[in-house]
Write a protein that binds this ligand. Structure first.
Ligand code: ADP
Ligand code: GN1
Ligand code: MG
Length: 360
């Protein structure tokens, strides 16, 4: 901890950092809750630079996006300091502090908020849909060409498929034979994997500025009212597809099971949760979406779930080098929950289409 406190000293904090504890459940960066002797709290994060190769450009994106959102929130009569992230600069006025290979940043802590790791009820999921739908609306006229692509091909499911096939043929850990069933599951859906990328390339789906990592735990809820307050984790805000933002939320949240549940009997796609999310998301940004986008929302849900399962499987085959793991086989467990959800979504496609029509 003392090392983390020394890092904190390089930032322009109110007071001196006196404690730092690990915080949140992210798979990529390391997050700490900092407390200072002036009674102020901050979020200190070490950015995973093997995932985010250009941290300066990433922070530039975040400064631009948060400034833009603050302007919009102020115009809506909201509180810009609580409605989005605020970067705390280092003592030289920069957005990062580097030490060796590590790269650090600080945000002000948005107080009196809670984060959910899984959905406890339909109201919470509806509220998160409003948050991400509103986020989409706030960024609708953000100049997309000023954004750096923080992870190229992030939701290009076609190129993710090629990464998967490369991992199977290289089989560096000798694990491919253990997961023949999961490999077959992916290969059976090779054509499906191309659907949305092909539509976008044919101009049938517009590129927008999207969040790209719309997990439930990336929304802060007001502790008192339970209302959604801010969308955080802005590292992957880039040009993307609105249906992927919708889909990634469904992947993570339209189930009462955890992403790494090992008892697949407990993992189910909940159509009622899908309905709540659709209602909230379309209620906020449906009027901005094209007919094609709305029509493809259920496919977006299946695509993001399939893609994420395939990414977990790829990482398992490559020896767990991308996502943090906390036990042996963790990425394989995560992959299996995603594929179980994909199978159930495939059965529920018609019901999903009906729901989308109802709220369009
Ligand atoms: P990761 O990329 O590892 O998922 P996040 O940026 O999402 O990291 O942060 C991890 C958790 O920290 C979030 O789920 C949220 O609970 C909390 N968090 C992040 N930023 C703030 C903030 N500015 N104020 C309060 N809590 C925050
Ligand atoms: C990662 O950083 P975190 O935990 O919010 C990943 C997402 C995955 C998610 C799966 C930059 O998100 O793409 O969907 O894990 N983020 C990155 O839980 O790869
Ligand atoms: Mg996060």
């Amino acid at each position: 901890m003392s090392q983390v406190l020394e890092i904190a000293d390089h930032f322009d904090l109110n007071g001196k950092a006196v404690s730092a504890e690990s915080y949140g459940g992210g798979h990529i960066n390391d997050t700490f809750l900092l407390k200072t002797d002036a009674g102020e709290n901050y979020i200190l994060q070490s950015i995973n630079t093997s995932v985010f190769k250009d941290a300066e450009a990433l922070m530039n994106n975040i400064m631009k996006v948060t400034d833009f959102i603050k302007g919009k929130i102020a115009a809506e009569g909201g509180d810009p300091q609580r409605g989005t992230l605020s970067v705390v600069l280092n003592k030289d006025g920069g957005t990062l502090y580097r030490e060796g290979a590590a790269c650090w940043r600080v945000y002000t802590f948005i107080p009196k908020t809670v984060t959910l790791q899984t959905c406890e009820n339909e109201d919470q999921f509806y509220a998160s849909a409003c948050a991400f739908g509103h986020f989409q609306k706030l960024l609708a006229d953000f100049p997309a060409d000023t954004l750096f692509e923080s992870i190229p091909n992030f939701h290009n499911t076609k190129s993710r498929y090629l990464d998967f096939e490369a991992a199977v043929s290289e089989d560096v850990c000798g694990r491919a034979a253990l997961v023949a069933q999961e490999i077959a599951f992916v290969r059976d859906r090779k054509e499906f994997a191309a659907t949305l990328v092909d539509m976008q390339e044919r101009g049938e789906l517009p590129l927008r500025v999207t969040h790209n990592d719309t997990k439930l735990n990336n929304v802060l809820f007001d502790e008192e009212s339970g209302l959604p307050l801010a969308v955080v984790d802005l590292d992957t805000v880039m040009p993307g597809l609105s249906i992927n933002d919708f889909g990634d939320s469904i992947r993570f949240g339209a189930t009462y099971a955890a992403e790494d549940e090992t008892d697949l009997g407990k993992v189910h796609f909940e159509i009622e949760l899908f309905e709540c999310y659709t209602k909230g998301f379309l209620g906020e940004c449906g009027s901005l979406m094209t007919e094609n986008e709305k029509k493809m929302l259920p496919v977006g849900a299946m695509m993001m779930t399939f893609e994420c399962g395939m990414r977990f499987l790829t990482d398992y085959l490559k020896g767990d080098t991308y996502f943090k793991i906390h036990r042996e086989g963790h990425n394989l467990d995560r992959c299996r929950t995603q594929f179980k959800l994909v199978s159930e979504m495939e059965q529920a496609l018609e019901a999903m289409d009906e729901i989308v029509k109802k709220y369009s």
